[in-house]
Design a protein around this ligand. Structure first.
Ligand SMILES: Nc1ncnc2c1ncn2[C@@H]1O[C@H](COP(=O)(O)OP(=O)(O)OP(=O)(O)O)[C@@H](O)[C@H]1O
Length: 591
């Protein structure tokens, strides 16, 4: 209970900082509803008193008219706050909370997000808490409204008979116990469901994401996927079956006790008093009405208490997520221009596989403006080395220096801004081509000229300039009927254009020719070496013919640099590089 309170108060404080006005609205709504409840109970009593004691018609009419005017005014204000202000304020809060969560997610290392448990937490936090801020505030509002209604009706009943207060209090305690049990079960259920739901949603996604869509048809994977979908749905049903009956039983018990205790017992006591002539008909009716209002409020409060407990468990996850220690952040900005990169005995293993050193003591000095190629077999650790240089992962031992300064001292944003990367599998957004390059909206003609320039350099301008909407064409058909689909090679060229636009001092190309035909590949390397003229260039490629031009080539094997030198030196050494080169040359010759 203490923990629930602590979590809920922590969240309330956080939301209060996001938008104080929402709390003003809440207070106004609670007050209006309490006044309305009090008015309705008093009106019944006054009306019945008038009938019984034969007060004048005008007295009653005046009272009812005044009550109706006040109630109508209150209802109008309530409506405006409830249906307009609240929605807007909830959205402000949601936006701010979402922004804080995204900032935190961004600040956490990729390494931490690589774990399934962390993914589950991340999903709960992003999906649930985002929408939960609204429902949490609603629960708080309902809870406080319920408590105020109970207080108001209690004060009214107290003026007539104290016994009903005791009955209501007993009912509230039982309601709180039931609510607590329901909340515990609900949260347990949710936690067990999350993994199965994630799997089900993943399979659903496979059915509609275009890249998968084509592959599943081609490989006839539909029945296999449907089987997996059925499995996850069965798992979900299994979890529901194991928790739902207990939840339903506690719920039934709660409803039953509210009606028998709070309403039934009070009615019995009142009936006895009427028979004994110790209570008036008007007191009976108004107390019964007050008790019924109180019953409703007790039910409401116990429901909301259980909701608050559920909220608290999610809030705990959010707090845990937001409190996760962020990577120690550097503050130094990387200077503009080309950079030298030094790796000193760099070791690294992914935490998912501690036993395997993916980078096993690599030392390498890349001079400012040098063009270097990393080659080697699949899984040798080339991409991982790049990720370390980009600061996406932290080396487990050794050091990485950029311009002689440890990588950790640099501000992450500035570091990534000075290294432009074309990834092995480029990812684009369903926005326009220009926006995909600028990563913001086009603002003026200078933007357009710069976009055109990098599209020309990457070799995609020819295609883009012939599109009806040119660089304003949207990628994909998800949001635009006329959206365009890029081929694999075109998609890679777009990624290259984006990297060139960044104008960073270091350009990293991780197999940029993956989807290009041989002619396009040769052209692309020409362009890249030209574009990289004023940049430090790191190139990963399996096609050794293309990387011959590099100033230096490192042959990586099992996380170590096995051979290093120019193409000519390595060929002369006649080692593994030379063997691989001859093998590829032979294959090309055969073709
Ligand atoms: N996020 C990750 N978590 C755990 N292991 C990983 C992760 N990413 C890569 N690995 C493993 O690290 C090893 C090196 O992968 P890396 O992608 O660096 O190789 P590579 O030399 O670039 O291979 P390729 O030429 O096939 O692209 C592989 O065995 C891979 O399975």
């Amino acid at each position: 209970m203490k923990k629930t309170m602590k979590m809920n108060l922590w969240f309330l404080k956080k939301l209060y900082q996001y938008d104080k006005k929402r709390f003003g609205s809440m207070a106004a709504l609670i007050l209006i509803r309490a006044i309305k409840t009090l008015l309705s109970v008093i009106t019944i009593k006054v009306a019945l008193d008038c009938i019984v004691t034969y007060h004048s018609f005008w007295y009653l009419a005046g009272f009812v008219a005044a009550e109706r005017i006040v109630s109508s005014l209150l209802a109008l204000i309530e409506c405006k706050i409830d249906w307009l202000d609240k929605e807007i304020q909830n959205n402000t809060i949601k936006k701010q909370l979402g922004a804080e969560m995204f900032r935190q997610a961004e600040a956490l290392s990729l390494e931490r997000l690589d774990h399934t448990e962390m993914y589950d937490q991340y999903k709960i936090v992003l999906e649930e808490i985002g929408s939960r801020s609204g429902s949490f505030l609603q629960s708080t509002e309902n809870l406080l409204t319920g408590i105020c209604n109970i207080a108001v009706t209690m004060i009214f009943v107290l003026t007539i008979d104290i016994r009903f207060i005791l009955i209501a209090a007993l009912s509230a305690v039982i309601g709180a116990v039931a609510g607590n049990k329901i909340a515990q079960k609900e949260v347990q259920k949710r936690e067990e469901l999350i993994r199965h739901e994630r799997k089900r949603d993943y399979i659903k996604r496979i059915f509609y994401v275009p890249e998968y869509n084509e592959m599943t048809r081609l490989t006839n994977a539909n029945s296999f996927l449907l089987q997996k979908y059925d499995e996850s749905v069965s798992d979900i049903k299994q979890v529901l079956r194991s928790h739902q009956p207990t939840i339903a039983h506690w719920n039934d018990l709660n409803i039953l006790q509210i009606f028998t205790l709070n309403f039934g017992l009070s009615a019995l006591l009142m009936a006895r008093d009427i028979a004994a002539g110790t209570v008036s008909a008007s007191a009976f009716t108004s107390v019964m009405f007050a008790c019924s209002t109180m019953s409703g409020s007790v039910g409401w409060v116990s429901n909301e208490l259980s909701e608050m407990k559920k909220h608290a468990l999610y809030i705990e996850k959010l707090q845990d997520f937001l409190n996760k220690t962020q990577e120690a952040k550097g503050t130094v900005s990387v200077a503009p221009g080309m950079h030298e990169i030094t790796l000193q005995d760099v070791h690294f293993h992914y935490s998912a596989n501690v036993a395997r050193e993916v980078t096993d003591g690599i030392s390498l000095h890349i001079k400012s403006g040098e063009k270097i190629a990393l080659v080697g077999e699949n899984g040798a650790g080339k991409t991982t080395l790049i990720k370390l240089i980009e600061g996406l992962y932290r080396q487990t031992a050794g050091s990485i220096l950029i311009d002689k300064m440890p990588i950790e001292t640099f501000d992450g944003k500035s570091l990534r801004g000075s290294i432009a990367t074309v990834m092995q599998k480029p990812v684009h957004y369903s926005f326009t081509i220009a926006e995909n390059i600028l990563l913001r909206e086009v603002q003026n003609d200078t933007d357009r000229r710069r976009v055109q320039k990098v599209l020309e350099e990457s070799g995609l301008w020819e295609r883009v300039s012939h599109l009806p909407k040119g660089m304003d064409s949207v990628l994909g058909k998800e949001f635009d009927e006329e959206g365009i689909e890029l081929s694999g090679g075109e998609s890679q060229k777009l990624a290259i254009a984006r990297a060139l636009y960044e104008d960073a001092g270091v350009l990293i190309l991780d197999e940029p020719a993956n989807s290009l035909d041989p002619i396009a590949e040769a052209e692309m390397y020409e362009r890249m070496f030209a574009a990289g003229k004023d940049r430090t260039l790191i190139l990963i490629s399996h096609r050794l013919y293309s990387t011959r031009k590099a100033d230096r080539i490192c042959y990586i094997e099992n996380g170590k640099i096995a051979e290093e030198g120019t193409h000519e030196e390595l060929m002369k050494a006649n080692g593994k590089y030379a063997a691989m080169y001859h093998l590829q040359a032979g294959l090309y010759a055969q073709e």
